[in-house]
Write a new protein. Structure first.
Lengths: 355, 177
């Protein structure tokens, strides 16, 4: 067991990426994730890796596209407005069936917005991320330890399913320090026979491309990609249940909102209200099944979010009208307080599931 | 089962984040669950800094300290802003060199430490932060433990090893005042 060290979430992502074998980082600075780039700038040259500050986010994501096509582990990171700029490249990467890790340490929006924490890129991340028929796997860490663990897992998932993976964090997760243990046994590298590594005159050319002008061919590519998505939904959905065994009221929250909600749940329990939480760790695929199953004993659901209510749509789809789903939220860089969440729990307890 | 929520606030350059990092490391080495969260907003660019530190026997939920058990105020704007947020029965540490007014609350314990003057008299003008931390540890009867030295080694970079004893000296000065 490696010693625990105190690290910022952003630094934990960077170090975990290096431990996962990532030797290529391309980015462009933006608060609140700049520590990732700063860490990479310091470490990559010492371990024979590449750190490159691109001229823009668009350039950075296209450098990721290029390196990924050679089969190397590669990543970029940014915050909300910068991720929007990367959208085109992310779609190309998905369309070319390439693995890549993209980190979004969210800040308030829309537009340039602010620099304080937010979860308002949920729609963007989970409903595709750019144009075209595709998904990304979206991982939502709720501690500095998970910032590291999900980075390592993200690279593995990206390689296994040939898909871009996004870490959807927020300013709090990026900036806070917690003890973290970086104790990973590297997995054997995944074979990448599709990589453009030079034929050595021994094989046919590999072509990495997202352009398919024949519609039947493009349809076929999309169908095959969605077969992989079905496997991801079946095998890779992750969530944590907190005090759910006998819960009447179920909070659904991820990232910093889940941390705040834990305080509120403990306080509600101390007051005799049976509250619990289902915390999605993968936002795509969304943990629909456990939320649906919870309707057996839960009379009210509360979606706690740092947005005007985005994940709540997926909660409602999972609940399928069997219980009321309410929103407890702040937006624009504000964070709900434990008292606000407790109030929402108390209101739900008083209503007792009445619709 | 106990949780201590600490808020440290002052000007940028006073070592607010450093003091918080030290306390978080010490807590971790003492076997506690800890979190450390800095302010990183535009107010930071305007010259003020703050950080939330939580030390707990149980898992840390929200890392945001809105109602501190312990407030360290190293300048007047910080005391003005956070005095009312301290929990009843909490403790406020005031750098009385820079803050001339008294704490208005009557339901908290207050320690006035002329930290900036003590630091300057001690030829370590940048260590007012650690003088107050020393006072905090002595009040919490937590000074002189092994974890103090070990935590310092974690936060003082190896390049500045000469700063270890100087930091310890500053903390001792605070503990004795």
């Amino acid at each position: 067991m490696a010693d625990k060290v105190l690290m910022k979430g952003n630094e934990a992502i960077a170090e975990a990426a290096i431990l996962a074998g990532c030797r290529h980082y391309f980015g462009y600075p933006i608060t609140p994730q700049t520590e990732i780039a700063a860490y990479m700038a310091k470490r990559m040259p010492k371990i024979g890796g590449t750190f490159l500050q691109a001229e823009s986010e668009i350039a950075a994501i296209n450098m990721v596209y290029g390196v990924s096509s050679t089969g190397k582990r590669v990543m970029t990171s940014s915050s909300s407005p910068g991720i929007s700029l990367k959208g085109e490249g992310i779609s190309y990467i998905a369309g070319a069936d390439l693995p890549a890790l993209i980190v979004n340490v969210q800040r308030g929006g829309p537009g340039l917005g602010g620099i304080q924490p937010s979860q308002s890129d949920y729609f963007q991340a989970t409903k595709g991320g750019a144009h075209g028929d595709f998904h990304m796997i979206v991982l939502a860490p709720s501690s500095v330890q998970e910032m590291a663990d999900l980075t390592v897992k993200g690279f593995d998932l990206a390689d296994a399913y040939r898909t871009p993976v996004m870490i959807l964090a927020d300013g709090t997760m990026g900036q806070m320090m917690e003890p973290v243990s970086l104790d990973y046994t590297p997995k054997a590298p995944v074979e990448k026979p599709w990589a453009t590594t030079g034929t050595q005159m021994q094989r046919e050319h590999n072509i990495v491309n997202s352009l398919f002008l024949a519609p039947d061919e493009l349809e076929d590519m999309n169908m095959k990609r969605f077969q992989r998505y079905a496997a991801i939904e079946k095998n890779e959905t992750l969530y944590e249940e907190y005090r759910m065994e006998d819960a009447d009221i179920c909070i659904v929250a991820f990232g910093i909102a889940a941390r705040v909600s834990k305080n509120a749940i403990n306080e509600a329990r101390a007051r005799g209200i049976r509250a619990g939480m289902i915390r999605p760790i993968t936002l795509w695929p969304f943990p629909t099944a456990p939320i649906s199953a919870a309707t057996q004993h839960v009379h009210s659901f509360i979606s706690v979010e740092l947005s005007m209510g985005q994940m709540i749509e997926d909660v409602r789809l999972a609940v399928e009208g069997r219980a009321p789903v309410t929103l407890c939220n702040r937006t624009g860089g504000m964070i709900p307080s434990p008292e606000q969440v407790l109030q929402a729990i108390q209101t739900a307890a008083e209503n007792g599931g009445a619709k | 089962m106990s949780t201590t929520q600490i808020l440290i606030a002052g000007f940028g350059g006073q070592g607010i984040l450093f003091a918080g990092k030290f306390l978080a490391y010490k807590g971790m080495l003492d076997g506690k669950n800890v979190s450390w969260l800095p302010s990183y907003g535009p107010e930071m660019r305007g010259g003020t800094a703050s950080c939330s530190v939580i030390l707990s026997d149980t898992a840390v939920g929200s890392p945001i300290v809105s109602n501190p058990d312990v407030l360290i105020a190293m300048n007047l704007p910080s005391l003005d802003r956070y005095e009312d947020s301290v929990v009843p029965g909490g403790t406020i540490y005031v750098d009385s060199t820079l803050i001339e007014r008294k704490v208005r609350r009557t339901d908290v314990t207050v320690h006035y430490i002329p930290a900036t003057r003590l630091a300057s008299d001690n030829n370590t003008p940048t260590l007012a932060n650690m003088i107050i931390v020393g006072k905090l540890l002595s009040v919490m009867q937590d000074f002189g433990t092994d974890s103090v030295n070990a935590a310092l080694k974690k936060v003082v970079s190896a390049r500045h090893a000469d700063m270890l004893d100087i930091n310890l000296g500053a903390m001792k000065l605070g503990a004795e005042n």
